[in-house]
Ligand binder design. Structure first.
Ligand code: NAG
Ligand code: NAG
Ligand code: NAG
Ligand code: NAG
Ligand code: NAG
Length: 307
């Protein structure tokens, strides 16, 4: 019994949701663009002189009762809210067909509302609501390409805590920030600060504090769920020194990396080999050509000696 009745209840909610989904249309508009909010009054013999058409904000009637009004075929903006002044248009040549769609110009994040189109018809000398529809306006703005900053110091020690920051701005709605690490080491929870700028768009600053490892490839993504878009930074790549190397006294002012070290070793080996050849062949000329940047030693002296 209980199962059956909950099933009926579920079905009821499902139907209700479907009905609402059909009635509330949704449009997405980019900041700065023009949005078209659809309202189609599909009746026979439309006589504009018998109609009042009101566009309102359904979820905020107190602050703005009239977005646009067409009364007896004439635009009447005497009650229009200031914030919509000169930003609304009806499609003049389509009114006769019952198309009362509203063009809303220069969209800002503050226009994100549910709008209602109400058509009142004069019946027996009084106006009665004959049609009512709602449109949800979603606003979106593209975030700027995120900028990633890592440690500026050349060689953070291993295990030292280092800070990465990821910045982006001018987007809407609020973003999601993802940090990625190519080595697939789980990252600590970042700290995120989101502020709303005067134009209604958001700026985001996410900070990630992490223990330095020998090799790191950190990246950051800004997700805009309305635009279904991820903006990703190039990876910040950092190769740190091994702890053993750090502990050793470093004679040169700039740190030699692995490549330089191997070149030096190979070079020394080649030089030693050539030196050995010289020794065997006792040729004077070879020393001048090849020993120029190696310290003179006994072998060199021998090579130098006349045959
Ligand atoms: C607009 O409507 C107001 C009442 O809402 C009325 O007083 C005014 O005369 C109308 N203006 C025009 C131009 O129709
Ligand atoms: C959003 O901004 C990014 C970075 O500025 C750009 O690469 C991308 O093409 C933009 N996307 C849209 C839909 O404008
Ligand atoms: C990354 O880590 C997750 C869980 O932490 C795991 O499911 C996934 O297979 C790993 N991917 C690679 C490429 O190692
Ligand atoms: C996150 O950063 C803000 C601003 O820098 C700071 O006030 C706040 O304490 C930080 N929160 C955490 C959990 O670190
Ligand atoms: C953006 O990236 C995150 C993390 O990789 C992922 O979970 C999400 O689904 C992506 N979103 C889109 C719209 O691609």
């Amino acid at each position: 019994m209980a199962l059956a009745s909950s099933g009926v209840l579920l079905l009821f909610f499902y139907v209700l949701r479907t009905v609402i989904a059909v009635e509330e249309k949704e449009v997405t508009s980019i900041v700065g663009n023009t949005a078209e909010l659809r309202c189609i009054y599909s009746k026979e013999n439309i006589d504009l002189s018998q109609l009042r058409i009101y566009w309102q904000i359904a979820d905020d009637l107190k602050t703005c009762p009239v977005v646009h009004a067409l009364i007896l075929g004439e635009d009447n903006q005497s009650d229009q809210c200031n914030n919509f002044k000169d930003r609304t248009r009806l499609l003049k040549d389509k009114l006769e067909d019952g198309d009362f769609s509203l063009l809303l110009l220069n969209i800002t994040p503050r226009d994100e509302h549910t709008y209602r189109c109400i058509v009142q018809k004069k019946m027996d000398r009084v106006f009665k609501v004959d049609y009512d529809t709602a449109v949800v306006l979603r606003v979106a703005a593209n975030y700027s390409q995120p900028v990633l900053h890592g440690p500026t110091e050349n060689r953070p020690n291993i295990e030292e805590e280092i800070t990465f920051t990821c910045k982006s701005s001018g987007g809407y709605p609020e973003p999601k920030v993802y940090w990625t690490n190519e080595d697939n080491i789980s990252l600590p929870k970042p700290n995120m600060t989101v502020i709303q700028d005067p134009d209604g768009t958001y700026s985001v600053l996410s900070t990630l504090k992490i223990k330095s490892t020998s090799k790191m490839k950190i990246g950051c993504s800004i997700e805009n769920r309305v635009l279904q878009q991820n903006l990703t930074t190039p990876n910040f790549e950092k190769i740190n020194q091994d702890p053993k190397e750090i502990n050793e006294p470093d004679p040169s002012p700039s740190k030699p990396d692995a490549k330089v070290i191997s070149i030096v070793i190979i070079g020394t080996l080649i030089a030693a080999l050539i030196g050995l050849t010289c020794l065997l062949w006792k040729r004077r000329s070879c020393r001048r050509a090849l020993y120029t940047d190696v310290q003179q030693n006994e072998e060199g002296a021998q090579c130098n000696a006349p045959v």
